[in-house]
Design a protein. Structure first.
Length: 853
């Protein structure tokens, strides 16, 4: 199998052949000297490594190179099944020793994974430009290590890049790999079954960057279609990212398979750039890819102004102008090209999402901050654009961030259907930038050193306070004094955080609310840009009417700036304001009229309704959410009352009625307790005090029935709540126990009230009060039954008296009224005169009429 792999020496005077089937597939390497074209001598040197195991396949791949500084060429041969199927690469010296016709092994590189086929492909070339060749070794069967043996994930492949160093012949090296640096490992797209590294090829410097480039085949990538990867060299070996990936799927006119199984280069179109011949054996094809020349475009943006910008000098005219220049460089390319150019302004702010750009240019009738254009250039000539006037907005905030201009360019797309051998290409779109700074006012360039301080004071009624009383003070003002004793502070801002939430009533012009929720409020104030050496006072008023029962308000202020700060700067300050709650409660009873009840034999109902009326006065300043533990105590069980029908409360203005969200009854057997005391002992005072006239019922020594409730809320200031409890007393039950000989019953009702809000000050006794109310029930006097004879005598006496009075009136002429008769006579005479007047006016004279009594 001599010639399974082959390579020429660099001087083309030696032919190196690999013979992997030699001697039970141990393999061998044969070197021939060449005198001239088609004239090959007998082999001068032959190498079959006797220590190589059978089936090692030495000579599966061969190459040669100068890996050290002694100007001696070494032969490299791969043995992909050597070293227990991990694979090996042998490096032989071509120096012939006296009396020997063989090569000497100087280095051996070993694979790292069983069956990865390390050494199946090898090439040697100077990647990093240090005048020493570097070695690239393929391992196309390398597979990732997984817990599950999944055949679909294997055979991804990789290449090992060994960069040579000066210690090639040193046998013991620290952190060196037998004269090479630690290998660089590349895997393309790392696709399963790709067998990346099956073939390797040196392309030369195709991008004219001074470093050699290579091609790597992955013939089974994308379901056996295949692909070829182009890697560019660099000072460190190869670039980690491939420059180009040529896939078999890119050729739509033919169904290629196994694309990349073999690679070779030659300049077939004489354009001084290597063309690549790629084998695609599974589809029985070979593909020639012709190379276009690579060009380099140098570009720059020129700002025709000082590096420091002063916006105050250009309020009406443009502040400065810019222009851009290009220069095309390359070998064996055509003379003229067209570029597509994109220019963007203020790209730093645009990159962080700020659409309020600070600069703009003008075209007829319109502002613009970016532009697109085409530029014609020539090889090795510098072409510059006309100057573009740039304007600065008057309302800019950020004067510290430089104004940056960026320009992206590339060769414009060509409308060609045939291959152009001298049309240049560039690696990718390139971007250049330039920037200009604002006048900073700093001594040492753009970075200022500021000395800033902030002080806080809470003011109420023109006095500095650390605490306020809820309801007494309606507002508080926070004074924030900010000073700068150093250089300008750029983008200076004061941020105030108030926790818990407190309503802001008014803000100054340069302040705004950034955040407002139930937990806190955040206010930010602009100090100016820049904030020079000066003193500024901010006053923020807060409403204390909505403290939400907070006991302390924390004000935290912080100064922000992009400038540096001195060590003695005080950029954070915290102030605390205590909220005190002072409130008093008083219960006032209303006088009630006695309730009258009938005696038992005339009683229609056993129950007599009554109302217990209390006035609950909330005094002093603070608002109260609830007046709780309002207890009503009386001996309801003893009197066998029905369930209490309900209660009404009026707080503040009449007509505003509040129900009771929480009412409870504490049950006990008071009647049984009373009877036990009556029949057992008189040592303790009875709960009932009575005599023949009055029965007193109270709750001094036993548990009576209790009713608890809460009322509220009460606003700040003085308010009155009217508490009216409706109930009834069972008179019949009381008389069955105590008898009916008493004339009145006094029912004692005890009322207590206290403020249960935890925030209310309890250092005094004003937060609770209690009173006793007496409800008096008075028995109506019993009506006596009249005898029949008494009624008869009374009726006869009355009739006799009436007759006597009638006779007396007649006797004294009460029924004969003279005055009335005289008036009737006068009216009669007047009517007669009217009749006479109608007949003859002169017949009578009214003067002759005489009225006599």
């Amino acid at each position: 199998m001599a010639g399974f792999s082959n390579a020429f020496s660099r001087d083309a005077k030696k032919l190196i052949l690999g013979s992997p089937g030699f001697y039970q597939w141990r393999g061998a390497v044969v070197t021939y000297f060449i005198d001239g074209f088609k004239k090959v001598r007998n082999p001068e040197m032959i190498q079959y490594h006797l220590k190589v195991a059978t089936d090692s396949y030495l000579g599966y791949s061969v190459t040669s190179g100068f890996f050290n500084d002694d100007n001696v060429e070494e032969v490299v041969a791969g043995a992909p099944k050597d070293s227990f199927y991990r694979g090996s690469v042998y490096i032989f010296s071509m120096k012939a020793h006296a009396g020997e016709n063989s090569m000497t092994v100087v280095r051996v590189l070993r694979g790292t994974q069983f069956g990865e086929y390390f050494g199946s492909s090898v090439i040697a070339t100077d990647l990093n430009g240090d005048s020493r060749d570097d070695l690239i070794v393929g391992a196309p069967f390398h597979s990732p290590v997984t817990k599950v043996n999944d055949g679909q994930q294997g055979d991804r492949g990789r290449i090992y890049v060994y960069v040579s160093n000066e210690n090639f012949y040193v046998k013991v090296c620290v952190n060196k790999k037998q004269g090479f640096e630690e290998p660089q490992i590349l895997s393309g797209l790392n696709k399963p079954l790709a067998r990346f590294g099956s073939s390797l090829c040196v392309l030369g410097d195709i991008n004219l960057d001074g470093f050699t480039d290579i091609a790597v085949g992955a013939p089974y990538e994308d379901d056996n279609k295949g692909a070829v990867y182009i890697y560019h060299g660099s000072k460190n070996g190869l670039n980690e990212k491939f420059a180009q990936r040529i896939s078999a799927s890119d050729f739509r006119s033919v169904d290629l398979k196994g694309f990349g199984i073999s690679l070779t280069v030659s300049d077939i179109d004489r354009n001084h750039y290597p063309d690549i011949l790629i084998g695609s054996y599974l589809s029985e094809n070979a593909v020639i890819l012709r190379s276009q020349p690579f060009a380099e475009i140098k570009a720059q943006i020129i700002i025709n102004q000082s590096s420091v910008l002063k916006p105050e000098l250009c309020k009406t005219d443009s502040c400065f102008s810019i222009s851009y220049c290009f220069r095309l460089q390359g070998k064996y390319i055509r003379e003229e090209e067209k570029l597509f150019v994109q220019l963007e302004m203020d790209t730093v702010l645009k990159g962080i999402g700020n659409e309020n750009l600070r600069v703009f240019a003008l075209r007829p009738g319109k502002r613009f901050s970016n532009m697109e254009t085409y530029v014609d250039i020539r090889v090795n000539e510098t072409i510059c654009s006309p100057s573009i006037p740039i304007f600065v907005r008057n309302d800019i905030v950020d004067k510290l961030t430089p104004i940056k201009f960026e320009m992206t360019y590339n060769i414009a797309k060509r409308n060609r259907t045939t291959f152009c051998g001298n049309c240049p290409i560039v690696e990718e779109s390139k971007t250049v930038s330039s920037e200009i700074n604002f006048e900073s006012g700093c001594k040492n360039g753009q970075k200022c050193v500021s000395n800033m301080t902030v002080e806080l004071k809470t003011i109420s009624e023109n006095e500095v306070v650390t605490s306020v009383i809820d309801g007494l003070q309606s507002d508080v003002k926070l004074y924030m004094n900010v000073s700068n004793f150093g250089e300008n502070a750029h983008l200076a801002k004061l941020v105030l955080e108030v926790k818990p939430y407190l309503a802001v009533t008014r803000l100054q012009t340069h302040c705004e609310i950034d955040l407002e929720n139930e937990e806190k409020v955040v206010v930010s104030c602009d100090l100016g840009n820049p904030f020079e050496a000066e003193n500024v006072l901010f006053v923020v008023p807060f409403d204390l009417k909505q403290t939400n029962k907070a006991t302390q308000i924390t004000f935290k202020a912080k100064l922000l700036t992009t400038s540096d700060l001195t060590n003695d700067s005080k950029i954070e300050e915290t102030a605390h304001l205590k909220i005190l709650y002072n409130t008093a409660v008083q219960i006032v009873k209303e006088k009630s009229s006695p309730i009258f009840y009938e005696v038992k034999n005339r009683r229609i109902f056993d129950y007599y309704l009554f109302s217990s009326v209390f006035q609950i006065h909330k005094e002093n300043y603070s608002a109260v959410d609830n007046l709780g533990n309002i207890a009503i105590r009386c001996d309801y069980n003893l009197t066998n009352l029905p369930i209490v029908p309900g209660a009404d409360v009026v707080i503040g203005e009449p007509g505003v009625t509040f129900g009771f969200p929480e009412v409870s009854r504490l049950q006990n057997d008071a009647l049984k307790a009373f009877r036990d005391k009556r029949h057992t002992s008189n040592e303790s005072e009875s709960i009932f005090e009575f005599n023949d006239q009055l029965l007193k019922l109270n709750c001094e020594n036993v548990h009576c029935e209790n009713f608890y409730c809460r009322i509220g809320p009460f606003k700040a200031g003085y308010h009155v709540g009217i508490f009216n409890l409706h109930s009834a007393l069972n008179i019949s039950t009381i008389e069955s126990v105590f008898g009916s000989h008493f004339k009145a019953i006094d029912l004692s009702i005890e009322a207590k009230a206290q403020i249960i809000d935890a925030v209310i000050n309890r250092s005094n006794d004003f937060y609770f009060d209690s009173i006793d109310l007496i409800i008096r029930f008075r028995k109506m006097r019993q009506r006596l039954k009249l005898q029949l004879w008494i009624l008869a005598i009374s009726a006869a006496s009355g009739l006799f008296i009436f007759v006597l009075m009638l006779l007396a009136l007649i006797h004294f002429g009460f029924f004969q009224r003279k005055k009335r008769e005289e008036i009737k006579k006068l009216l009669h005479q007047a009517n007669l005169m009217k009749k006479f007047n109608n007949c003859d006016h002169d017949a009578f004279d009214t003067k002759d009429l005489v009225i006599r009594n």
